[in-house]
Design a protein around this ligand. Structure first.
Ligand code: C5P
Length: 210
């Protein structure tokens, strides 16, 4: 490979994307959000009026770069569809090459669920970024511009937390490349860390390993 590969895995809304983007820019490496591939397939399936639990390999094989650049891939509906298509081994196989090829020329930072375990088991650095469900739900809530003190916010926050936990359980419990901490991954618990502190910790690990 033309450069180092950094795998950044972890559950939904743990701050993987924020960290992976900042790592990539600090280290001058290409960045790939692999969740977007599954979200884009989920979106295509929903657009076709198909049940995301039904076989979706064709949609994954036909995926084009512009499908991952569409607006509206960040909704909960698309996330749920993504998780359902992502449980299908044929969908995952259809996306493996795209992910491996991405890092071929210059290396890269990839975030997802199975980067360190399935896509790049030989990644130079593996990080597993996590936080409690309550922390992750609150971060996602604030990201969406919600005010935790607003009318009905407590119920919406609780629903968000339940939604994240259901998706994590599905992602960790599936047969095909389940979300798992790789044996040689460094786990970073981000509950009490700022985004800057997470980056500093990750860069310390990177310097140790590269
Ligand atoms: O990371 P994000 O929340 O965008 O991912 C959406 C869904 O895509 C996840 O819940 C998971 O089911 C799936 N995914 C995956 N493997 C990856 C990245 C995402 O199965 N490497």
């Amino acid at each position: 490979r033309g450069g180092p590969v950094l795998a950044v895995d972890g559950p939904a809304a743990a701050g993987k994307g924020t960290l992976a983007k900042r790592l990539a820019s600090s280290l001058n490496l290409p960045y790939l959000d692999t969740g977007l591939l599954y979200r884009a397939v989920g979106r295509l399936v929903l657009d076709a009026g198909q049940d995301p639990a039904a076989p979706a390999e064709d949609f994954a094989r036909r995926l084009r770069a512009e499908d991952t650049q569409r607006k509206g891939l960040r909704t909960q509906e698309v996330a749920r569809a993504a998780s359902l298509v992502a449980a299908q081994p044929a969908v995952r196989s259809a996306l493996v090459e795209t992910q491996r090829r991405f890092a071929q020329e210059r290396g890269g930072v990839l975030d997802g669920r199975d980067i360190g375990t399935a896509i790049f088991p030989d990644a130079d650095v593996k990080l597993f970024i996590t936080a409690s469900p309550a922390t992750r739900a609150l971060r996602r809530f604030l990201q969406m511009g919600e005010d935790p003190k607003a009318e009905g916010a407590a119920a919406r926050l609780a629903a968000m937390e339940a939604d994240l936990q259901a998706r994590d359980a599905a992602d960790a419990g599936r047969q095909a490349a389940p979300m798992q901490v790789a044996a040689d991954a460094v786990v970073i618990e981000t509950d009490t860390l700022s985004a800057d502190a997470v980056l500093a910790e990750a860069l310390r690990v990177v310097r140790e390993r590269l």
